[in-house]
Design a protein around this ligand. Structure first.
Ligand SMILES: O=C(O)c1cc(=O)[nH]c(=O)n1[C@@H]1O[C@H](COP(=O)(O)O)[C@@H](O)[C@H]1O
Length: 241
């Protein structure tokens, strides 16, 4: 298993339509104080070279492409991600245990083995949304079910909302990573997220890593916004390090 230091706790989601504003923000950041996420928008526009550039600057990069396909395809895609030098990669837990195990086994065969986590129930979905796609019960019940499946498949953690972290933690043990988007400072708008919590409450609820995008990237002063969030959680991070 890849060794993980929980700190730094914040993963900045670089969801920008072009490289310039992302690189502008990144130029003021210290790899020791935050991690970065590249998702579908930037990867589709800018490709692997952009990811390698961030890795080259010394950042832990979470490549968030949420793979969901047949086991062989997902395993090969995860290996391609590993070749970029990324720190973490994700798949959808609803792709099933065979898919997740194939991805894990492929990564285990490599010299650079990124962390592998699975998305449970997207944080933009509420109970009605998941009913529409055939999931019964509350989002939390489904997160718990998929968290167990992910842990049994030998992955390193899950993506869930911070609302579910406290319920999931005792089921998966202390080492299993709970990576939580749906994080909003008290003053921020919710955007399209449905299951949200403030950064400090998310950590107190058992989240390990906070994925935060628009509260930082869409702010007038992204750096100041990130600094405020860092200050909000500084006491927690100091106490845990
Ligand atoms: O896997 C993810 O990172 C992810 C899973 C999920 O359930 N919800 C979710 O919002 N995300 C990602 O986390 C980021 C959240 O961005 P903001 O809503 O702008 O903070 C986006 O890049 C999403 O793609």
């Amino acid at each position: 298993m890849t060794v993980l230091s929980r700190n730094p706790r914040i993963i900045v989601a670089l969801d920008y339509p072009s490289a310039a504003p992302a690189l502008d923000l990144v130029s003021g950041l210290d790899p020791a104080s935050c991690r970065l996420k590249v998702g579908k928008e930037m990867f589709t526009r800018l490709g692997p070279g952009f990811v390698e550039k961030l890795v080259g600057k010394g950042f832990d990069v979470f490549l968030d492409l949420k793979f969901h396909d047949i086991p062989n395809t997902v395993a090969a895609a995860c290996a391609a991600a590993a070749d970029l030098g990324v720190w973490m990669v994700n798949v959808h837990a609803s792709g099933g245990s065979k898919m997740m195990m194939a991805a894990r086994e492929r990564l285990e065969s490599l010299s650079h083995r990124p962390l592998l986590i699975a998305v449970t129930i997207l944080t933009s979905l509420g109970e009605k949304d998941i009913a529409e796609i055939g999931f019964s019960g509350a989002p939390a019940d489904n997160v718990i079910r998929l968290a167990r499946l992910t842990a049994d498949s030998g992955l390193d953690g899950i993506v869930c909302s911070p609302l579910e972290a406290a319920e999931v933690r005792p089921l998966v043990g202390p080492e299993f990573l709970l990576v939580t988007p749906g994080v909003r400072p008290a003053s921020a708008v919710q955007d399209d997220q449905k299951r949200v919590m403030t950064p400090l409450n998310a950590l107190n609820n058992g989240a390990d890593l906070l994925v935060i995008g628009r509260p930082i990237t869409a702010a007038d002063d992204p750096q100041a916004s990130l600094d405020r969030i860092q200050q909000e959680i500084a006491g927690f991070c100091g106490a845990q390090s």
